[in-house]
Design a protein around this ligand. Sequence first.
Ligand code: XMP
Length: 513
Amino acid sequence: MAHQKVLVLDFGGQYNQLIARRVRECGVYCEVKPYTTPLDNLKAMDPIGIIFTGGPNSVYAPNSPRVDLAIFDWGVPILGICYGCQLLAHSLGGKVTAAQGDSAREYGKTETFYDTSCKLFQNLPVEGVSWMSHGDYMEKVPEGFSLVAHSKACPNVAICDEKRGFYGVQFHPEVNHTENGTEMIRSFLYKVCKAKGDWTMEDYKESAIRLLREKVGSGRVLLALSGGVDSSVAAALMAEAVGNQLTCVFVDHGLMRLHEGDEVEEAFGKWKVNFVRANAEELFLSKLAGITEPEQKRKIIGEEFIRVFEAEAKKIGRVDYLVQGTIYPDVIESGTGDAAVIKSHHNVGGLPAHVDFREIIEPLRLLFKDEVRQLGRELGLPEYLVRRQPFPGPGLAIRVIGEITREKLDILRLADFIFRDEIAKAHLEDSMDQYFAVLTNLRSVGVMGDGRTYEYAIALRSVTTSDFMTADWTRIPYDVLDRVSVRIVNEAPHINRVLYDITSKPPATVEFE
Ligand code: XMP
């Protein structure tokens, strides 16, 4: 059965996949398409609604992205967000100009007032915080449109022409900071586009399996398995799709947590998949010797991963595809299109230029972490695996700040184990999404047994987040932190100080490097 579909027309904004994700969350199938897609192709997809995304341009700039004006005669409902809203206004005879001074230019959380007779805002509070990020301003609203939201600085925050089903909002309803933003998107889908809510994760699974089968055909596939949630879900999906044509390769790079390599081998050894453990500690540590710069560490690890996979592929014989469990936040933070590079995730920006596989397949590339977990459940993975906290591919290499040595890794492994052990004993695992220890290269003076020490400081990090794009530090009870601290300085060698990181993301990131 064909599902109802909403198309997100991409004008280059940073939250485009987040819009798609919100639509999926509301139970409606959704695809992101470039704004240049010809109108006839859009029509052939028969969507029930279209969303214009934000973007970095100004609609009055000479070469700014436009749409075929005939789109407005088609009769399909349209929601314009930020740039999309301005484009809607501009295209239909309104006027958009640069905001004069700071008065109508808005960035960040903004108190906003809604007209709740508009379908988008019905049954929602009349006042709430919305997330703005625009320097332009709708000076004149097109004919037939009403103003349905304003802020203190700006009278034209949302517009609509309910007869034609056209809506525009200057703010970003898709980001968590906008109160009731998802509800506004839901209203557009259900009240304006008349969605039935006929799309589920089970459908996603079925169509992903079908597409993967078509793509791989009779080819052989090697999957990079780390034992974490993403690669395990990718493995389960591929196993359903291509069964015996799949071999999962777990590279033990010597940068895993305490006993982790053996645990992964034990868990996956029991699965009905071809599983290989490649022990490559010597190789990775020798390549990383003396390297202190985080991006360089990541590139080296990305390169060596691929080289080990290539070597394993040769042992298997012919391998056509390499599969990775890359998820959307990895892609966006490694920089795509206009987005800035925050850090090169080993499986994206860290990849070497030449790769000896026909193609790399990333079946989770458009999903966010919690969607991946949902898919894992749909595939029947055990709850302990689906709920595992994420562990980065470069492992402890990006948690030993500065130069990596085996001795430092051993110290960190022990401190990290103690932290996780105390969190488990206090039954706090469910209140945090990722928690770990970091070996800083800060050395400081302490006193132990009447003597002076000059040793390393361990930093503890714990974050609470839904999508890892933004995160808050976890309020761990002091008595738990105290037990962790006492145990670490007593049990782990060369540590005389324990710090707790109280920075959210942004401005920090989850990992230190
Ligand atoms: P950051 O530090 O970018 O982390 O705020 C966000 C999430 O991504 C994980 N992370 C990685 N995962 N390869 C991965 O597979 C990487 O290179 C990488 N770097 C960060 C991090 O642990 C957190 O969950």
